[in-house]
Design a protein around this ligand. Structure first.
Ligand SMILES: *[C@@H]1O[C@H](CO)[C@@H](O)[C@H](O)[C@H]1NC(C)=O
Ligand SMILES: *[C@@H]1O[C@H](CO)[C@@H](O)[C@H](O)[C@H]1NC(C)=O
Ligand SMILES: *[C@@H]1O[C@H](CO)[C@@H](O)[C@H](O)[C@H]1NC(C)=O
Ligand SMILES: *[C@@H]1O[C@H](CO)[C@@H](O)[C@H](O)[C@H]1NC(C)=O
Length: 366
């Protein structure tokens, strides 16, 4: 519960960080204020044991600081954040809403401005979960500027448009570098323009190829890029052929053990981070047979001797994968991890130059 609370909190900070705009009101201001009042009333009924459904969970634990629903200032909706009572009062007052007001309904005409716009008390910086770096760019969860739910709206919200996607990267041109394709709408309809007849991935593992429109999602900081090393067998080890063994892997910076239905939700949802800023996902291990340890011909990715998704979370940073009762036959092997987000996409990190996020070792069975 705590992690989802912190994530909600972090996302909400993006909205609260925007400059407040007191004075002229937009059509959605009153509705936003009323929505914030209704949510805060609801939070009064919650205890630490209340069922956890976002965004309520952000306000269950008052211990964070002072947890409250704020009316958004730049678009319709509310956001959950830590703030001072004075700041909360000022922001709600600026919308024209009062505690006696009806629950949120269709946006009403702006009410009369408050006589003296309250000064905005500087908000003490809330305790931001360290490592959560997804604060600041996108919209807070809530409703779009047109009033629809951001998570169900079929319209691209202006707050998430990457305006730099219009730059092909060649101004000035660099020798040998290819111009990027560009987009003014985040490629939302990219798959409509691909090869005729290409199906949407649509959650399936389509062996004949497909086009997947899911955004990449949350990307960790450089300090939170995952890393792993095989503990057993180690690189260069010789193990007993035809004897069961446990593969063990030391892993860091990956919240392991989280995987979704690989048949119905493959690549279907964006990568996500936990409250510590670590990618939420799982790992796999794959063993391929080689002609010899110094084989130089590429392997065939369609063939593998052993494959196992690691469904259980790491215990003390170690993942264990049993390899049957009879182990592997005599031979030379390459064994690699495939670290993935929950929906099975390979982990995605913030910089192009990074150490390998997966480990591969070569071993022999005799
Ligand atoms: C955003 O809101 C939608 C709809 O209420 C909800 O399903 C989703 O979990 C929320 N996302 C986050 C990150 O809180
Ligand atoms: C987007 O482009 C502007 C203008 O070139 C630049 O200042 C800014 O750093 C770019 N943003 C990112 C995230 O690179
Ligand atoms: C990838 O997963 C393997 C286990 O499958 C783990 O040992 C390794 O640490 C992970 N790598 C990263 C970068 O998380
Ligand atoms: C593999 O690990 C499991 C659980 O730790 C253990 O019960 C089992 O005996 C191990 N198998 C081998 C072959 O070491």
């Amino acid at each position: 519960m705590l992690s989802s609370a912190l994530i909600t909190l972090a996302l909400a900070l993006a909205a609260s960080a925007r400059p407040a705009r007191f004075g002229r009101r937009a059509a959605f201001d009153l509705a936003n204020g009323q929505a914030a009042i209704a949510l805060n009333a609801q939070f009064q009924t919650l205890t630490a044991d209340s069922p956890c459904t976002a965004p309520q969970d952000a306000c269950v634990n008052q211990g964070f600081a002072h947890c409250a629903a704020l009316p958004l200032v730049n678009s319709a909706g509310t956001s959950i954040t830590c703030t001072t009572q004075a700041d909360l009062d000022a922001r709600i007052a600026a919308t024209g809403a009062t505690s006696g007001a009806a629950p949120p309904a269709a946006p009403s005409p702006p009410a009369v401005p408050p006589t003296a716009p309250p000064a905005l008390t500087p908000t003490a910086p809330p305790a931001t979960p360290s490592g959560v770096n997804n604060v600041g760019g996108g919209a807070a969860n809530g409703t779009s500027s047109t009033g629809s739910d951001l998570q169900t709206s079929l319209t691209l919200d202006p707050s998430v448009i990457c305006t730099n996607f219009t730059d092909n990267g060649q101004n000035p041109p660099s020798v040998g570098q290819t111009a990027s394709s560009t987009s003014t709408n985040n490629y939302i309809n990219f798959c409509a323009l691909t090869l005729p007849g290409t199906p949407l991935t649509n959650g399936g593992q389509i062996t004949t190829g497909s086009c997947n429109p899911t955004p990449i999602g949350l990307i960790p900081s450089v300090d939170n890029m995952p890393s792993a090393k095989f503990n057993f067998p180690k690189n260069g080890d010789t193990i007993d052929a035809n004897v069961g063994f446990n593969i063990t892997i030391n892993v860091k910076n990956l919240q392991t053990g989280v995987f979704t239905n690989a048949v119905k939700t493959y690549f279907a949802a964006p990568q996500t981070l936990n409250a510590q800023g670590l990618i939420i996902g799982h790992s796999h291990v794959v063993i391929e047979t080689l002609d010899s340890l110094d084989q130089i011909t590429p392997t065939n990715p369609k063939n593998h001797l052993f494959f196992k998704g690691i469904d259980a979370p790491a215990v003390d940073g170690v993942m264990t994968v049993p390899v049957g009762a009879i182990g592997v036959p005599a031979g030379a092997y390459r064994m690699c991890t495939i670290n993935s987000s929950s929906n099975h996409q390979p982990v995605i990190v913030p910089v192009a130059q990074h150490g390998s996020l997966d480990d591969c070792v070569y071993f022999t069975a005799k």
